[in-house]
Design a protein around this ligand. Structure first.
Ligand code: 13P
Length: 250
């Protein structure tokens, strides 16, 4: 059985004081409950120190949304993987489509970032996914395969065992349009097959594949019910404790 995971990507939302309240609500709810899923929350950088002190990471784990591809030095405004590690962060989202498109993060840069994440003994949540035009042109499998080849294929097996891959069709992010369970399953099965061809079945079967893109309490169960969908990377619905909790329960 693969680990079930629900991760919340808060993006640039909530003030630090609000974020602490949200994190504590989620932590409190799951504190004394048996749960089938690993829960990860990824608040903005400014929230991490306080939230790390306020939650129990055996219960809810902490992730960041990005890190620098440099290790340290004169890079004004950047945050290194070592800094995140020192705060108690465990996960780092790398390659989110918003970073790829708004901040021109290329596969080369993303590969460097993943290297820094592993060097700091953190774990990447690596995102891949196509834009609508690529899907309409039936290029979506090719696009996702190239994203995997340029980053994931360059890693070794022990690194693969420490990562999560999130499939996030860009056309479904923040749009209210969700990939159908069939579309999600089709791509997840393709990603698993692609990983299996390169690294073998054991690794491919063990790697958690999360779906992201307008996943909500009312569609999570059906999406998570697909064979190759091991959970979700949740944007908007991770900002309301109740919605996020309902998604975890699904
Ligand atoms: P939404 O759930 O808001 O569509 O965002 C998905 C996402 O980008 C998670 O990383």
């Amino acid at each position: 059985m693969r680990t079930r995971i629900v991760a919340g990507n808060w993006k640039m939302n909530t003030l630090p004081s609000e974020g602490v309240v949200l994190a504590k609500e989620i932590n409190q709810y799951f504190k004394s409950k048996d749960k089938d899923a690993k829960i990860i929350i990824c608040p903005p950088y400014t929230h991490l120190y306080e939230i790390a002190n306020q939650i129990d990471q055996d219960n809810v784990e902490l992730g960041a949304q990005n890190c620098s591809y440099e290790k340290s030095g004169a890079y004004t405004g950047e945050i290194s993987a070592d800094m995140l590690k020192n705060l108690g962060v465990k996960w780092v989202i790398i390659g989110h489509s918003e970073r790829r498109s708004y901040y021109n993060e290329s596969d080369e840069i993303l590969f460097e970032k993943v290297q820094r994440v592993f060097e700091s003994e953190l774990n990447p949540i690596f995102c891949c996914g196509e834009v609508l035009e690529q899907r309409n042109n039936k290029n979506h499998f090719k696009v996702v395969k190239t994203q995997l080849e340029n980053v994931v294929f360059k890693l070794n097996e022990s690194e693969l065992k420490k990562m999560i891959i999130a499939y996030e069709p860009v056309w479904a992010i923040g749009t209210g349009i969700t990939a159908s369970p069939g579309q999600a399953q089709e791509m997840h099965a393709f990603i698993r097959k692609t990983i299996a061809e390169k690294f073998g079945n054991n690794i491919a079967e063990s790697i958690p594949l999360l779906y992201g893109g307008s996943c909500k309490p009312n569609n999570a169960k059906e999406l998570f019910g697909q064979d190759d969908v091991d959970g979700g990377l949740i944007g908007g619905a991770s900002l309301k404790a109740n919605d996020f909790i309902e998604i975890v329960k699904a």
